[in-house]
Write a protein that binds this ligand. Structure first.
Ligand code: TXA
Ligand code: MG
Length: 321
């Protein structure tokens, strides 16, 4: 299959992306978090193609992306009333809500679960497509199973060229890590995946205490130990280890955050700083870039312990497992 390259800056390309989606094809689309591999969520045959293209096990549920909170009722039932406050505050944005699914919703999307994940993405071109066509799209991250989530169109192409109808290039994703996933099933609140929106930010809008399980049985692929993984082995290192290493003649990539680590410069060092927003924005693209260089290893300096780094620590831990 030839994978068409489309751009959000061309009106004709946006129309083409919508047409492909409406006719049951797969299109990789930009969101504010990472690129998603999208199919019309009401078309079961189209959704099945996602699992095939990604080589994703059938029991891993997909997030359905909708154009606004008014579409929740179509997909979910028994929605706690306080969900509207969460949507008012955080949608469009990187928050996925897991709710009880409507009976008509196919098991293919939900991986056989009785629940569905819904999110309104904060990407104007994508929202336009969803809004104009009254579309909802099922979209996991646009990477082959167990590889890094893509934050650029080039990264999508590197993983899925020839397997999908098109990629819609919207430039680098603004946020850079996958959405925060909160289950609100049964009126309880449980964090299933850390994201850039933290529990402290969510809690004021949730009348019950948000449970943050260390390990859970939920079918979240991000919960599996091997995930978000580049091909080159990744190791987490303290600043002390970095400073006592002799970097001469090594073929080790380094992603650093602290000012002290900037002194360990080699041609394979990428210093992405200690601002959590900027770090998150650059992390996957930097791992991807270093992974292309055929290095012996990628070392990543441990990031700060503060809550705003929770999702970054989680992804790095998984990349390093
Ligand atoms: O930011 C994001 O969430 C990106 C963009 C494209 O929106 N999507 C994304 O999709 O990260 P994916 O498939 O790579 O991860 C979605 C996670 C999966 O780990 C899946 O198991 C979980 O959401 N999920 C989806 N529906 C669920 C459900 N009903 N119950 C529990 N987990 C669910
Ligand atoms: Mg994924």
């Amino acid at each position: 299959m030839h994978t068409e390259r489309l751009s959000v800056n061309k009106a004709a390309d946006l129309t083409r992306a919508s047409e492909l989606l409406s006719s049951g094809e797969l299109v990789a689309v930009p969101t504010e978090t990472v690129y998603g591999l999208a199919a019309d969520a009401t078309n079961v045959d189209a959704v099945k193609k996602i699992f095939k293209a990604k080589n994703r096990p059938a029991d891993h549920p997909l997030i359905t992306h909708i154009s606004g909170p008014e579409m929740i009722e179509q997909w979910a039932t028994n929605v706690p009333d306080w969900v509207s406050s969460l949507c008012d505050e955080f949608w469009p944005g990187p928050l996925t809500l897991i709710m009880e699914k409507q009976a008509w919703v196919s098991d293919v999307i939900t991986g056989g679960n009785s629940t569905i994940g819904l999110r309104m993405p904060n990407q104007p071109a994508l929202l336009n497509i969803l809004d104009q066509r009254k579309l909802a799209i099922a979209a996991p991250s646009a990477n082959p199973y167990q590889r890094l989530s893509p934050t650029t169109a080039e990264q999508v192409i590197a993983g899925l060229d020839g397997k999908i109808a098109a990629v819609l290039d919207g430039g680098p994703c603004a946020v850079g890590t996958e959405s925060t996933i909160l289950s609100v099933v049964g009126g309880q609140a449980k964090l299933l995946r850390a994201g850039s929106i933290t529990v402290s930010q969510l809690q004021p809008y949730v009348p019950v205490s948000i449970d943050v399980p260390i390990q859970h049985q939920e079918a979240v692929s991000g919960n599996k130990d091997i995930h978000y993984r580049p091909g080159t082995p990744v190791y987490l290192k303290s600043i002390a280890e970095l400073l006592r290493t002799d970097w001469n003649d090594t073929r080790i990539g380094l992603i650093s955050c602290s000012a002290e680590a900037a002194s360990t410069q080699t041609e394979f060092t990428r210093h992405i700083g200690d601002d959590s927003h900027n770090y998150r924005h650059r992390l996957y693209a930097t791992l991807f870039e270093l992974d292309q260089l055929g290095l012996d290893a990628i070392w990543v300096e441990r990031v700060p312990d503060a809550e705003e780094w929770t999702d970054v620590r989680d992804r790095l831990q998984k990349a390093a497992n």
